[in-house]
Design a protein around this ligand. Sequence first.
Ligand code: SF4
Length: 399
Amino acid sequence: MSAAAPSVRANPDRATAGTPLYVHLPFCAAKCHYCDFFSVAGEGQDGPGMVAAILAEAKQRAPQRPRTVFLGGGTPSYQSEPELRALLDGLQAVTDFRSSADEVTAECNPESLSFEKARLLHDLGVTRLSIGFQSLEPEVLTLFGRVHDVDESFRAYDNARRAGFDRVNVDLIYAYPGHTREHWERDLARVLALGPDHLAAYNLTFEEETPFERWLTDGRLQALPEELELELFDVTRDLARKAGLPAYEISNYARPTEACRHNVNYWRNGEYVGLGPSAASKVGFTRSGNARSIALYRRAVEQGESAAAWDETPSTSLRLAETWWLGLRLADGVVAARARETAGWASDAHDPFEERARSLADEGWLERRGASFALSARGLPLADMLARRFFELVDDPAP
Ligand code: SF4
């Protein structure tokens, strides 16, 4: 396959104004047993030093006036109140995000979201909190390696509301070893009864080089049968919809106006800039990622150098396959012409990806929703397999 050359902005130093901004704060109270994010136990770590390094990187390459900001990690709420103040005031000085962003999210864990910290985040311009409950079963929290209990999760939620947050997400994990429909229905109902604006419910995955992967291999843990996992997925969609939070993405549910705008940009394969160790960026058609090492990251930015450990510019057809793969996760689906524009595919060129979408719709895996192709009820549980049908069309995967 060939495609006309797109107008690529060659690896610019700084993204255009308005580009969404992600900030990775790598410290957590302890490392969870299933987690493969770049994060480390924070005890003894230099929190002020990390904030200073991120602000140094922000001066190098943060976009002006970002549309959205997302503090993730790691556990942003693990940082002390002076560190959070220094970080958010520093980002304001560099980007003016408080007057530009219509969504500023901070990820929090229950053990570190006191009322005072929630109120500080609110005062510093954060508009949305995402709280990691993960489970309402004490023994499952222990299995996960979480350091909070169930009561702390509910207290953290209450702290967020009392501090004035009217956009709150709750994160849950389901389909862990031994999980049952009865327990999931009960726990989900308790969380939904709180009235969150957004719910993120991910099925457990056994990521490489985590204790969970080792325990699966040595037989200490057993994965849930696939049919039960699918049943729990259906239960989630059903209960969330009845609570006024229809699915807008495979694992994300929200009131109609409360989808996470920052994450929707990822699923639309949009541009973003990530600051902090391990953070990924996509500027123009070039993707890059910072060093997954606190020492290497800090050394680079403190010397005024780039912290990027890798970068790549995927081929046009790979970009288009990725745009379909990500976009089909959204209930709104993919408009073929918009996907071509995102991927820099010449608009008048033959588009085998749109043809593939049409044939998958004929087979019942996708359905037309206005100008979009979206996963049908039959295709929904098979999203990854269907995505492969688009990647098969990539004949020039190397940049
Ligand atoms: S709190 Fe989140 S980022 Fe930190 S170890 Fe646990 S899952 Fe990973």
